[in-house]
Write a protein that binds this ligand. Sequence first.
Ligand code: URA
Length: 243
Amino acid sequence: MQRLDKVLVETGRWSRKEAKELIRRGQVLVNGVVIRQPERKIEPEAAALTVRGEQISWNRYCYLMMNKPAGVLTATKDREQKTVLDLLPTALRRQGVVPVGRLDKDTEGLLLLTNDGVLAHQLLSPRYRVKKCYLVATDGTVDQEDVTAFRGGMVLRDGTQCLPAELEALEAGYCLVTLREGKYHQVKRMLAACGKPVRALKRLSIGALKLDDTLEAGHWRELTEEKVRGLKKAVQGDQTEQI
Ligand code: URA
């Protein structure tokens, strides 16, 4: 059960103030009955909502894929700098979507945003070991010794123990890194420990969810139900099927 004004805000169409005003004016019907108390509790999944004669749909959760551009902070707000939430329309911000985890300011690529706190927590928790794959440009080309060091579970300069990770050399100066955790600056610190500083970093996938390569930097789109299902599978251990 949830307050009626909150349900209206979560549709993304109205601010809290606007929602309260609509309700008090008698412009909101729940199951065909005018409700004038913003604090009235309703069951949003089951209730038929009408605002000024228009039927309104409400979804509990919203899931977005963004191609994060470099130069934008992974944060919900910042006084001076642009954040990933600044790239979203008001309606989505009102629904309470937040980034799942963090990409550095200079990192690009796949960023998930959602208001589903449970899935967000599971995707981030080292317990579920969800794979995150990055395309990396480095100074110097990685070699077999680096691959072995990644595979063995590296200890970083400050003593941080990393889980075993995958490193695959591509053409000179490029590699793919796959982690099953997300420690602070982890890819940069792991490669720095191998003497191969990172020049550029782009996340390509989370679990089986791949960054849509037609999605331009700074753009986003809602995930289909199928992709959301795929992500949920990743926290149940199935990260094989590409979605
Ligand atoms: N590892 C990093 O070093 N930076 C990121 O943004 C993501 C992973």
